[in-house]
Design a protein around this ligand. Structure first.
Ligand code: ADP
Ligand code: ADP
Ligand code: ZN
Ligand code: ZN
Length: 845
């Protein structure tokens, strides 16, 4: 270990001492970390950085905290797993700023996450300009989530879901009998409504468009619900006769107009499927009463600097800062008068404005000034979200805590790294410790202390190679990080860019901050799209390009299965743009993004890649399995016959805690194995199916050495640097970067036919430079096989090694959205207008 200088008895410059850490792959390590310092954990992906920083230090701090607030919960928390270690001393309470893995849980906005929305409400309540005679409103009245604030027309949603004749009757050449009213319920219920119309005398056999408008309106939009005799199975003529003769009906039926049916079903149904079905017949529009601002009229009549709170919340934070500044420093028009006449109000105004301004400034400095307060967090990238939380902490006035961060540079252009470091310094300066897992060289260089974990991933990692100030790492030969920090050959050798085989030309691209943009993407080469955070890269590449190409290929754009969000997603997009040339070079589109490979622990690496199907076949083919008639399904933890009944194949059960988030505990029956005892009796080469799922990819590669099909998948997984993952590692435990590499591997194991367009959004996130090299080799292979690769990327080593670079910007939000320069890396590096150029030039030297 390392000998650390120590000041006995001095707690301020104290250390956190960890002894015998064994969480995940950690090899019984001892390490001492200075407090009140910026400590950066480095090492290749899977080496054990997170296991130490999050799995051990943060988890233990959290556990101690829970224990102190709710001692009774101890047993349950212990059950959920205490990190494995012998002792940890000097550990302060911890706050984790982790990039979300899996689903973002709450629906929130920039304003609510940062709590700036609260202060803004206070500002409007206390310091707003009220119309003459209107009494002052509570802060609550400025929140759409309270009855006092919500617009009564849209209930605070800002949008109203409506139906039109067109939305409910998509094909008006059909008759009612032919189901012209597509929005009506299917099956019996729909027939019943039709029979009622027959009784009421409407013509159900004329094309919809030939019916009188008055009839059409009544059928679709009436709120009346007459109950009439129904003669099931009668023709209209027979019905008329039966009615005249007052024959006893089959039953009495109650009519419901199509609009009433759709809206009522949408609002009240418990079935997600029904909801989805009727939602197809709805169109949504901005609420006319509040103009989408979600608040009631009284609240919107209060202004600050001439804007209502809805208007202010839509502006980029940078502009909001500009509006608040005069109020904060007392130079706003009328401030002097206010100070004379209502000194108290003047004081309050200034104080709130100052506080708001300071908090917004931190966000702006972190490169987030292009966001608006009303922007919803699900539309933010994980990196943006983490920086939002970071900024919030900078102003929180907490001290004496450890902040544990997961790659805060993710999604950040090198031009913005400086401000990230400043924010970290600020947190440290207020008396906090920072434990940061990071790959970005500039952040590593800024550290007071480096903990290098390695030497490789998984089983081959888990050791502390170095712990101390940066310079000392230069002498540690086993370290892969060392090469990239000190080594000579760290920069990529610039090779001669490949010649494009054609061009995919987009015109009139309009989305978010892009307005009528024309862009050419080269085909058959490797392109990086660069630009500062918020410049419009994702809007261009991950949104418009993906959608337009998918549309041309007739692909469905794979919908993310986010409960209840489809609706909003489909309405907020205002879009424009078309592909005018180059589609002949593209036969397939593959998007390799960082979205989770599944949202439940039921999906994992093995199921996602298809590898598990082959493994299950091997088990089903064993003698023992055949003797018992166990088929492939028996070895799936998603199928009843083979899985553990207690946990239904999940491997754990959730334990609800009063007042605390629920925790997961291993299943008491199968202890996490997921299968029932009978299934586990079957062995393939001495291992049961649960043991195979517990193997790492590397271990499985040796184990299945005689099974070419399984081996092929495993080999590719190793090549993308995932040899350290366990086959059964649940999707919910994987980072975005790991999910992305799994998708890439799934793709690479296919037979390559060329003419595929691959689109990747910042694939280097979570990757050590050594892993980035591996990734580059894979992507290069795809291009060599005749495909096109387009990345959104911040890592200048990758950008410098591309064939073509498209730099978007120059700034963020409305200061961006244009193509600043496009060309070979050398050409872009020479551009004087591009903020990327200086960093790219540095890399190429
Ligand atoms: P890093 O942060 O350096 O990329 P991790 O600490 O995430 O590495 O992973 C180190 C090792 O621990 C890897 O082999 C990984 O598969 C394993 N590991 C990570 N998370 C878990 C988990 N929840 N359960 C079991 N093993 C895990
Ligand atoms: P980049 O990928 O370069 O970081 P984005 O394409 O994500 O940039 O964002 C470009 C601009 O569009 C920013 O001003 C951003 O706030 C805005 N924007 C991006 N996505 C959305 C969205 N879903 N809703 C509203 N504005 C958005
Ligand atoms: Zn409204
Ligand atoms: Zn079980």
């Amino acid at each position: 270990g390392h000998h650390l200088p120590e000041t006995p008895g001095d707690t301020r410059t104290g250390f956190v001492r960890v002894r015998g850490a064994r969480e995940h792959n950690l090899k019984n390590v001892d390490v001492e970390l200075p407090r009140d310092a910026l400590v950066v954990f480095t090492g290749v992906s899977g080496s054990g950085k997170s296991s130490l920083a999050f799995g051990t230090l943060y988890a233990e701090a959290q556990r101690r905290y829970f224990e102190s607030v709710a001692p009774y919960a101890r047993r349950l928390i212990d059950q959920a797993g205490v990190p494995e270690f012998d002792a940890i001393d000097g550990l302060p309470p911890a706050v984790a700023l982790q990039q979300h893995r899996g689903t973002p849980t709450t629906r929130s906005s920039v304003g609510s996450v940062t709590t700036i929305a609260n202060s803004l409400r206070l500002l409007y309540s206390r310091a707003g300009t009220y119309p003459p005679g209107q009494p002052h409103l509570d802060s609550d009245a400025f929140s759409p989530n309270t009855p006092a604030g919500a617009c009564p027309n849209c209930h605070g949603l800002g949008r109203v879901y409506e139906v039109t004749e067109q939305s409910m009757v998509p094909d008006d050449s059909l008759t009612i009998r032919e189901r012209a009213i597509a929005a009506w319920p299917p099956a019996w219920h729909g027939q019943n409504l039709r029979d009622i119309l027959v009784t009421l005398g409407y013509d159900v056999d004329r094309p919809w468009r030939d019916l009188p408008q008055k009839d059409r309106d009544w059928i679709l939009f009436t709120d009346e619900q007459p109950t009439v005799p129904v003669y099931a199975g009668f023709t209209p003529a027979e019905t008329r006769r039966a009615l005249k003769r007052k024959e006893p009906p089959s039953y009495m039926g109650t009519f419901t107009g199509a609009r009433k049916y759709v809206l009522q079903t949408f609002a009240t149904t418990q079935s997600a499927l029904m909801k989805k079905r009727v939602s197809q017949y709805m169109v949504s529009g901005e609420c006319r009463l509040c103009q989408g601002k979600r608040l009631r009229r009284e609240s919107l009549s209060v202004t600050f600097a001439g804007l209502d709170i809805g208007e202010l919340s839509r502006l980029p934070l940078k502009r909001v800062a500009g509006i608040l500044r005069p109020a904060a420093d007392g130079t706003a028009p009328g401030a002097a008068k206010l100070a004379r006449e209502h000194p108290e109000k003047a004081l309050v105004t200034q104080r709130i404005a100052k506080d708001l301004l300071a908090r917004i400034q931190v966000l702006t400095e972190l490169g987030l000034g292009y966001l608006s307060l009303e922007r919803s967090t699900p539309t933010l990238s994980p990196g943006e979200l983490q920086r939002l939380r970071l900024a919030t902490q900078v102003r929180s006035n907490l001290f004496g805590v450890v902040y544990v961060l997961d790659e805060p540079s993710a999604g950040l252009h090198p031009a913005d790294t400086e401000s990230l470091l400043k924010a970290l310094d600020q947190l440290k300066g207020s008396g906090n410790s920072l434990f940061v897992v990071e790959h970005e060289v500039d952040v590593i260089r800024h550290a007071d202390w480096i903990v290098d974990v390695g030497p490789a991933a998984g089983e081959k990692g888990g050791q502390i190679l170095y712990s101390g100030p940066l310079e000392g790492l230069a002498a540690v030969e086993a370290s892969q990080t060392r090469r990239y920090l000190f080594g000579a050959g760290t920069t990529t050798k610039r090779r001669t860019p490949r010649e494009p085989k054609g061009w995919l030309r987009l015109e009139g691209v309009t989305r978010n901050n892009l307005h009528g943009l024309d862009v050419d993407f080269p085909l058959g080469v490797f392109t990086s799209v660069t630009g500062v955070s918020g410049s419009g890269k994702s809007s261009l590449v991950s949104q418009v390009l993906v959608e337009l190409v998918a549309e041309q290929l007739g692909h469905e754009i794979p919908e993310e299965e986010e409960e209840g969000e489809e609706l909003e997603r489909s309405v907020v997009l205002t879009t424009g743009g078309r592909i005018v040339a180059g589609m002949e070079g593209i036969k397939r589109l593959v998007r390799v993004d960082q979205k989770p490979i599944g949202r439940t622990p039921r999906s994992n690496l093995a199921t996602y890649t298809g590898l598990f199907d082959n493994v299950r076949k091997l088990f089903a083919a064993t003698k023992a399995a055949r003797a018992r008639n166990y088929d492939v399904g028996r070895f799936s933890f998603n199928v009843a016959k083979g899985r553990c009944e207690t946990c239904e194949g999940e491997g754990f059960v959730s334990v609800e805690l009063l007042f605390l988030p629920s925790v997961y505990a291993p299943c008491p029956t199968c202890h996490g194995a997921r299968y029932n005892a009978k299934t586990l009796e079957i062995q393939y080469r001495g291992k049961n199916i649960a043991e195979v799922l517990g193997m790492t990819v590397d271990a499985a590669y040796d184990f299945f050495s005689e099974e070419p099909q399984v081996l092929r998948s495993l080999g590719v997984l190793r090549e993308v640097g995932l040899g350290y993952l366990r086959l059964g590692q649940p999707a919910t435990e994987l980072s975005g970067g790991e999910a992305q590499r799994i998708k890439l591997a799934t793709e690479l194991q296919r037979v390559q036919r060329g003419n595929t367009l691959y689109i990747l959004d910042e694939p280097t996130t979570g990757l050590h430079p050594a892993d980035v090299d591996k990734l580059m080799t894979q992507l290069d292979g795809l291009v060599e096989a005749g495909n096109t690769v387009i990345l959104v990327e911040h890592d200048m080593r990758v950008v410098a090694a591309s064939d073509w670079v498209i730099d978007i910007g120059p700034g963020a939000g409305d200061e961006g959205g244009r193509v600043v320069v496009a060309g070979t890396p050398a050409e872009v590096a020479a551009s004087s207008a591009s903020r990327t150029a200086p960093f790219l030039a540095e890399e190429g030297e």
